[in-house]
Write a protein that binds this ligand. Structure first.
Ligand code: BGC
Length: 446
């Protein structure tokens, strides 16, 4: 327990995380910040949510992980009446090779989908979920700030992902598609959350990566210069990068440093690396490696623990399920898989470690959620959440409910799984974009 104590957040540390997050938010929204914030606080150019008037056919794309999805939806009076989805595996040479190849691959997938589903011969409005940090100049321009997770294609950072997609689409000559909106998966989840429940004002992804967005008052987005008619706007926080400027180093452990050193994009996405699905398994493995090397478990034998990726986040979730149910079976299997000899004490230690790192991650995300609920001051806020960590880790939902209530006392909220926000949410965003365009042309003609 002494060895693991750096993973336990003290009350003082929790308070400091709160203060630092609030300050980074302020800096991220400021017109002339005195230093650069680690939070992008990006204007998504989505000032409205679904209002029940959405009609017609839309295409949506969802890129963010190893599976790319192409989606067709039909909407009738604001409800989804038909939905078709195809998955395409994105091989590592596309995720790490030249950006142009990646976008041409995406266009090939769209063409295959359109052909297979007999959707050729008509124009489609498309919403593109691109789950990476972007700066947006409008709803259909998204400049990539940096790659994250398992992507690192040269030639895309600093470029507009919509333009690159359009170039690839036009090169093929057999697709008639207008990209109406580019959005982050959290934004899609908020839009989808609002489709399910109008009181939704905050959304997050707790999956391979981690991020959140919320509805902000336009007057507080100081960096958005000029006069604006909109009163509210979805802001993509990009909280995965929280702490990249060192402000969160006071909770960083040697294990976090080890995880970062072995990651694809070192010294970036500090907060995400503390607990997101891409990293939690490795964090766990690094800790067990220390404990075995110190002779504190498994007779001091390290098995395969030195192998990066040998324990996945799914395994951590399985161990946590065991703890939850008072069992040891899954835990045994995970330790056997990495060739660790174990007795019952070792299994309990393994469960304790899984619990402690999960609790740290859940505390961090709950602290931030509490801050946002306080900031928005809604009578009730539905929080839309998607992502494998939230879906499969048995403790995220119950502990988040408990901790958020403690961190934002008296605030009414509920956590709602918004399945497929990044897919259907993109189609809804395309419909919203169309509506905004119509409104604008009406105002102009008047
Ligand atoms: C990306 C975010 C995204 C999150 C969840 C992060 O790595 O930077 O844009 O929302 O993953 O997919």
């Amino acid at each position: 327990m002494e060895c693991l104590s750096p993973l336990v957040l003290t009350e003082d540390q929790q308070q400091k995380v709160r203060e630092v997050f609030l300050d980074e938010m302020r800096l991220g929204l400021a017109a002339n910040p005195e230093r650069t914030s680690s939070l992008l606080m990006e204007n998504t150019f989505i000032p409205e949510l679904p209002d029940g008037t959405e009609n017609g056919e839309y295409l949506a794309l969802d890129l963010g992980g190893t599976h790319f999805r192409v989606i067709y939806v039909r909407m009738k009076n604001g409800r989804f009446s038909e939905e078709v989805v195809d998955y395409f595996h994105v091989p590592s040479e596309k995720r790490l090779g030249p950006g142009q190849d990646l976008f041409e691959f995406l266009a090939d997938c769209i063409a295959e989908f359109v052909q297979k589903r007999n959707l050729g011969g008509r124009n489609f409005q498309l919403g593109f979920t691109f789950s990476f940090p972007m700066t947006q100049k409008s709803l259909d321009v998204g400049i990539l700030v940096s790659w994250t997770k398992s992507f690192n294609c040269p030639g895309v950072v600093g470029e507009d992902a919509v333009k690159m997609l359009n170039d690839a689409i036009h090169k093929r000559k057999d697709l008639d598609i207008t990209v109406k909106a580019i959005l982050n998966d959290t934004t899609g989840t908020l839009v989808m959350g609002a489709y399910m429940d109008k009181r939704c004002a905050l959304a997050m992804i707790l999956g391979t990566g981690c991020n959140g967005c919320y509805i902000e008052k336009v007057e507080r987005i100081e960096k958005w210069l000029g006069k604006h008619l909109e009163s509210e706007m979805i802001v993509d926080i990009e909280w995965g990068a929280f702490g990249d400027n060192g402000v969160l180093d006071f909770i960083k452990t040697d294990w976090d440093r080890a995880v970062d050193d072995q990651s694809l994009l070192v010294h970036s996405y500090t907060f995400e690396k503390y607990f997101a699905g891409k990293y939690l398994g490795d964090l766990y493995r690094e800790i067990l490696l220390t404990l075995t090397k110190k002779g504190l478990m498994c007779g001091g034998k390290i098995g395969n623990l030195h192998t990066h990726g040998a324990i996945t986040t799914t395994s951590v979730s399985r161990i946590e399920s065991d703890t939850f149910k008072g069992l040891l079976e899954e835990t045994k299997m995970v330790l056997n898989d990495v060739k660790l000899n174990h007795d019952d004490d070792d299994l309990h230690i393994a469960q304790y470690v899984a619990g402690i790192i999960s609790y740290r991650g859940i505390t961090l995300v709950s602290l931030i959620t509490g801050i946002l609920l306080e900031r928005m001051q809604r009578n009730h806020c539905t929080v839309a959440i998607d992502g494998s960590l939230f879906k499969h880790h048995p403790r995220f939902r119950p502990l988040m409910e408990k901790l958020i209530s403690e961190f934002a006392p008296g605030r009414s909220f509920d956590l709602r799984l918004a399945h497929d926000g990044s897919g259907k949410g993109a189609a809804l965003a395309a419909a919203i974009a169309e509506r905004l365009e119509q409104k604008r042309s009406l105002t102009n003609s008047n």
